[in-house]
Design a binder for this molecule. Structure first.
Ligand SMILES: Cc1cc2nc3c(=O)[nH]c(=O)nc-3n(C[C@H](O)[C@H](O)[C@H](O)COP(=O)(O)OP(=O)(O)OC[C@H]3O[C@@H](n4cnc5c(N)ncnc54)[C@H](O)[C@@H]3O)c2cc1C
Length: 215
């Protein structure tokens, strides 16, 4: 399928994120906008030659759908993994103006119900990327919708996309609820301390998110 070929995209911006992570923004030329149209939650496959070896990895799109239409931008967030080939190369070496091979968006981690009154997302660490795109797009495109994000990290200083989330919170004060669960920083409430596992999800839902309120 021609749609799943690699295409050369220019890196427009590289922004530092928490704990050595980076947000990489690609410039999508007008002629390629349709090809790179995406459903929030989808990912891009990127390819590069690192230390003489060709490597391919997938990274979820973190930007909202509107940014592609308005600015011709697609953003991914990469957190370096210890000993990881691509993530460390990307975090250290990629800069604005570079060209990277990128496949059009793909993936099925997308909302099934197009309109919703209250969406809830659970994310931990770099797993925020697809959820951020879904949250921002929901809040922008559906003025009647609320979004609750339960986001697990070690400590506040390692929260990826914290600034983007704060911007969303400022813009949608009454419609976005952010619940941080931290595993290595004391929280005033026990419920918000620890890792997000099955018990934590059940406890958060019991205390804060009546099942009937969620779409
Ligand atoms: C759909 C999808 C979406 C994703 N979205 C994101 C995202 O938004 N952000 C993000 O940061 N990541 C995301 N990922 C993960 C990403 O694709 C990469 O897997 C990640 O960046 C690590 O790649 P790497 O090349 O740095 O690590 P790799 O080189 O693949 O290594 C991964 C780990 O395995 C270890 N390892 C490698 N080789 C060996 C070996 N021979 N023996 C023992 N251990 C070994 C390494 O030390 C390292 O800890 C996503 C993955 C998928 C599938």
């Amino acid at each position: 399928m021609s749609a799943l070929r690699f295409h050369e995209l220019t890196v427009k911006r590289v922004s530092p994120e928490a704990a050595g992570s980076v947000a990489i923004t690609f410039d999508i030329p007008p002629a390629e906008l349709e090809r790179f149209h995406f459903e929030p939650g989808q990912f891009l496959t990127v390819k590069a030659v690192v230390d003489g070896q060709e490597v391919r990895r997938s990274y979820s799109i973190s930007s909202p759908r509107s940014r592609l239409a308005k600015k011709g931008e697609l953003e991914i967030g990469i957190r370096p993994v210890e000993g990881g080939v691509f993530s460390n190369w990307a975090a250290q070496s990629v800069k604005a103006g570079d060209t990277i091979s990128v496949m059009p968006p793909d993936g099925r981690f997308v909302v099934k119900k197009q309109r919703a009154i209250h969406r809830v997302g659970f994310a931990a660490g770099s797993g925020i990327t697809p959820i951020l795109s879904i949250a921002a797009t929901t809040l922008e495109e559906q003025p009647e919708s609320k979004f609750t994000l339960v986001y697990g990290n070690r400590r506040m200083s390692s929260v990826m996309f914290n600034e983007a989330l704060q911007d969303l919170k400022d813009r949608y004060r009454d419609r976005l609820t952010l619940i941080h669960v931290l595993s290595r920083q004391a929280q005033e409430v026990d419920l918000l301390q620890g890792r997000i596992d099955g018990d934590k999800v059940r406890a958060v839902i019991d205390a804060l998110l009546p099942v009937k309120s969620m779409d």
